[in-house]
Design a binder for this molecule. Structure first.
Ligand code: SF4
Length: 400
């Protein structure tokens, strides 16, 4: 196989040496003295009848901090140039609004619009978000001659390399993820850098089972293609392209589920081709990032303590935040909110349930008497927002 693409040269992946100059802005925009104090008090805050217990790991991850530092440095370095983002830099409304206030423009988000980069010129600067961008977008921006500042998280790039290697070695990349998520869209595009490169995205174990059944028993090719038409490379032939598979995942999926899906594929290859074939026809490397893992582990630990409910704070389109809700919701009443304004009163809260599209209102969310509230936040949620939530719950409760 021969490579049909290359990473553009006019790409910056490092800061501009301006960390000291932007530090105050980052602190004032995103940090919280209240949260710093709670962290220093063993992640606990006692206020009258309320006890708040913070997860041991929550909020901004190293990838988000890297992306924001790079965006702020870019704006500091080039105050007179037009700067655009190809998409939300991370999935948090507060952060994206702040970048817009700073004058950073957001390009049309749908990558299906062929004209989304039409007005970009060689004098412009384009920021790539923390979850990356598809190969063809990099190529188009390179052709424009603009400066590309790439904030893609290193953990995402590690997955790209894995998928690229699968394609180079003739394996179909099976990606556990959400096909519409920007990161997975970018990751799957890596397979297409090589002639004949293939990918297939599975959302969950049910979809993985469908693919594994096809590997073992065959099936109706047209039905298979119909089911995965938005989630596979255009030329995927399940009869031909599922003989050699390499597993990868969107970095923010539930790690346990990713491991189980990998095992399902290993087992399917073994059943179809025999145990001697596994080494040559199956590849797997766990590509859940450590920040996601740490936050999931911390929620699992917190719900094992004596808490009455969980508040999970983060953007509604944030994959890792949604998974924190899924974990907590198995054990205690859990409310996913994106901002302090969602807490209407001690009896009423606006939130989004896992799997639903719109917010709902719930009454009676905060029980009477002594209550322990567990708190966590997705990897894209600033401490400042978490602090505002604690502040608002306390103020509303004691104003009753
Ligand atoms: S959640 Fe993981 S992959 Fe995503 S930006 Fe953070 S560190 Fe990177």
């Amino acid at each position: 196989m021969s490579t049909t693409d290359s990473v553009p040269q006019a790409v910056v992946r490092r800061g501009f040496g301006l960390k000291d100059e932007i530090r105050d802005s980052i602190v004032s925009d995103y940090h919280s003295d209240l949260i710093r104090r709670i962290r220093e008090q063993a992640n606990t805050l006692q206020m009258g009848r309320l006890t708040f217990r913070l997860a041991e790991e929550f909020g901004f991850c190293y990838g988000v901090e890297f992306a924001l530092n790079l965006a702020y440095e870019t704006q500091k370095k080039f105050p007179d140039r037009r700067i655009f983002l190809t998409n939300e830099i991370i999935h948090n409304p507060r952060v994206n609004n702040r970048l817009q206030e700073m004058g950073i423009g957001f390009l049309e988000a749908s990558s299906e619009n062929p004209a989304r980069f039409a007005h970009i010129t060689a004098d412009d600067i384009v920021l790539i978000p923390a979850f990356g961008a598809p190969v063809d977008e990099f190529r188009e921006l390179k052709d424009k001659g603009c400066l590309v500042v790439d904030t893609t998280c290193g953990s995402v790039v590690a997955v790209w390399k894995r998928v690229e290697k699968y394609a180079r070695e003739g394996f179909t990349a099976i990606i556990h993820g959400k096909y519409a998520h920007e990161e997975t869209h970018a990751t799957s595009s890596q397979a297409l850098k090589y002639e004949g490169g293939k990918y297939l995205i599975v959302l969950n174990q049910a979809e993985a089972q469908c693919v594994c059944d096809y590997i073992v028993n065959g099936g109706n090719k047209d039905e298979f293609r119909k089911r995965f038409e938005k989630a596979c490379s255009p030329n995927l032939d399940p009869d031909r392209d599922l003989e050699r598979v390499g597993l990868a995942n969107q970095t923010t999926m539930l790690s346990g589920e990713s491991l189980e899906i990998a095992e399902m594929f290993r087992s399917a290859i073994e059943r179809k081709y025999g145990s001697e074939a596994v080494a040559g026809q199956f590849r797997h490397f766990d590509t859940i990032c450590t920040a996601t893992q740490d936050r999931q582990d911390a929620v699992n630990k917190l719900v094992g303590e004596d808490i009455n409910l969980m508040i999970v704070i983060g953007g509604y389109n944030s994959s890792n935040t949604t998974h924190l809700c899924e974990i907590a919701g198995q054990y205690v009443p859990t409310y996913h909110i994106d901002d302090a304004g969602c807490v209407i009163s001690p009896s009423r809260i606006r939130h989004k349930k896992v799997g639903e599209v719109t917010e709902i209102f719930s009454d009676g969310w905060l029980p009477d008497g002594n209550v322990t509230v567990g708190l966590t936040a997705g990897a894209s949620t600033p401490d400042r927002v978490v602090g505002e939530v604690v502040d608002r719950i306390v103020n509303l409760t004691f104003a009753e």
